[in-house]
Design a protein around this ligand. Structure first.
Ligand code: KG4
Ligand code: ZN
Length: 338
């Protein structure tokens, strides 16, 4: 099957072409405009998708050496995400599927992230635990089988990537903040400042919050710490603040996954989402994988951040199982994973 997949849930306009298991093209246009505002501006994101989607799809098709009429199915992210951004991709995908007379499939963006570790051979096979850490989500899932997801914990406030972005802003670094904080942290001392790590009660009453996360307290602690310093002193301590913040955030993620793995001792654990690009985070999880004896999987950085290849991979699974979406498919900004 030759599949075209489209992803426009936030600020990346992306398309991918997959022929059976082979990824033939993966094109992404990152919207730099949001850097001016230090975060994604929804209205600007949708407008940029309108301008970029057709060129990005054409680029993917030409890289795959295909014409639109060679496509057997169209897959598109229909949630969760920004309503205006989702609408652009979904409307385009519906029109294209109708024009070509091929099946349409709406894909859950978070399920796309779950499949991102399986874009290469020898990815994790269920049951496994997956930690998705992105700008919009922090979600720990027990993947019982493909299509059967049990949420073990989510963030109760800020997402991990959001905390990186906000701390970057406090430190005067560029958006997106994750890569900038990571770079600065590499020159700082992670034990210089003891930032608080949220300790949430293991809430067995709410099954999807048994291993919940919280990062707003950590972010506020960084803010208060920075406010107490003069501009010159903050400049001097910047690297230590970045390193100590990153250390506390990663420890919170590692501790929660360790507790969840004690209860669900799966053979594999997977990391996905933009924050999974972070090398210090990868090293911390490698250490945990050696301690607890699980196989650790994470995608290449290009497949950690939002992309359409992961949407194609998830779609491939569902199309093979006969799933199709009607042409009345509507975006669902609050779509849940399970
Ligand atoms: O998965 P993604 O592209 O978009 C969402 O679905 O949200 O993730 C983007 C997030 C941003 O918050 C960005 O700061 C963060 O991932 N990020 C990182 C790194 N690279 C990207 N965070 C920490 N370290 C990194 N190297
Ligand atoms: Zn994402």
């Amino acid at each position: 099957m030759r599949l075209l997949a489209i992803e426009t849930s936030c600020d990346e306009t992306a398309a991918a072409v997959m022929h059976d298991a082979q990824l033939l093209a993966n094109t992404i246009a990152t919207q730099e405009i949001h850097q001016l505002y230090g975060g994604v501006v929804p209205e600007l994101a949708s407008r940029a998708h309108v301008q970029r989607l057709v060129p990005i799809v054409n680029l993917a098709l030409s890289q795959a050496q295909m014409a639109p009429t060679d496509i057997d199915a169209v897959a598109v992210t229909y949630g969760p995400g920004l309503i205006g951004s989702l609408l652009v991709g979904v409307s385009f995908a519906k029109a294209l599927a109708l024009q070509l007379g091929v099946p349409l499939l709406g894909v859950n963006h978070m399920e796309g992230h779950l499949f991102s570790t399986n874009l290469k051979p020898a990815g994790p096979e269920p049951p496994f635990l997956s930690l998705i850490v992105s700008g919009g989500h922090t979600i720990l899932t027990h993947v019982r089988a493909w299509g059967q997801y049990e949420i073990l914990g989510q963030t109760q406030d800020d997402a991990a990537g959001e905390a990186f972005d906000k701390v970057a802003k406090i430190l005067g670094l560029a958006y997106p903040g994750g890569p900038a904080v990571e770079k600065l942290a590499a020159t700082g001392n992670p034990r210089a400042i003891e930032f608080p790590q949220a300790r949430l009660k293991n809430n067995a009453g709410a099954l999807d919050q048994r291993f919940a996360f919280s990062f707003s307290g950590l972010k506020t602690a960084v803010l208060y710490y920075a406010r107490k310093l003069s501009a010159a002193e903050l400049e001097k301590q910047k690297a230590d603040v970045a390193a100590s913040f990153q250390f506390a955030l990663i420890n919170a993620l590692v501790d929660n996954v360790a507790s969840a793995h004690a209860q669900f001792p799966t053979r594999a654990v997977a990391l996905a989402g933009g924050v999974a690009c972070n090398k210090t985070l990868r090293q911390a999880f490698m250490k945990l994988s050696a301690q607890r004896g699980f196989q650790l999987h994470f995608p290449e950085p290009i497949f950690c951040t939002d992309n359409a290849a992961m949407i194609a991979r998830a779609a491939q699974f569902h199309l093979a199982n006969g799933k199709r979406s009607p042409l009345t498919l509507a975006p669902d900004p609050g779509l849940a994973l399970a």
